[in-house]
Design a protein around this ligand. Structure first.
Ligand SMILES: [Zn+2]
Length: 104
């Protein structure tokens, strides 16, 4: 099967391929400790970033990005993203047209 890497930070779970819904940017995520790795980086503790920090930076906000959104608003598992889509990079938004929550 696919290569399964155990998270080097918490060693409690495998890192999973995810992507950002906004632009399809892929990354690896440990859902146990929310560690994030970019595909170009080694999956090691020194390279680990926190999902919260990355999401906050991408959204241009400070602090906790999850006060008014959930993971599913921002990221999705690679499997889910490519299911039925032929795994076309960055073109997965057709299945979820503008599912953003913009309630003020
Ligand atoms: Zn972990």
């Amino acid at each position: 099967m696919s290569t399964q890497l155990v998270c080097p930070r918490c060693e409690q779970d495998y890192v999973q391929p995810y992507r950002f819904k906004a632009d399809g940017a892929p990354f690896l995520l440990c859902t146990e400790c929310d560690s994030l790795w970019w595909p170009s980086e080694a999956v090691k503790v020194a390279q680990a970033q926190f999902l919260d920090d990355v999401v906050a930076a991408r959204l241009g906000i400070e602090g906790n990005p999850w006060s008014d959104r959930v993971w599913a608003d921002v990221i999705q598992p690679e499997q889910e993203a490519s299911a039925g889509e032929g795994a076309v990079p960055g073109r997965n938004d057709r299945a979820h047209p503008f599912a953003r929550t913009e309630t003020d």
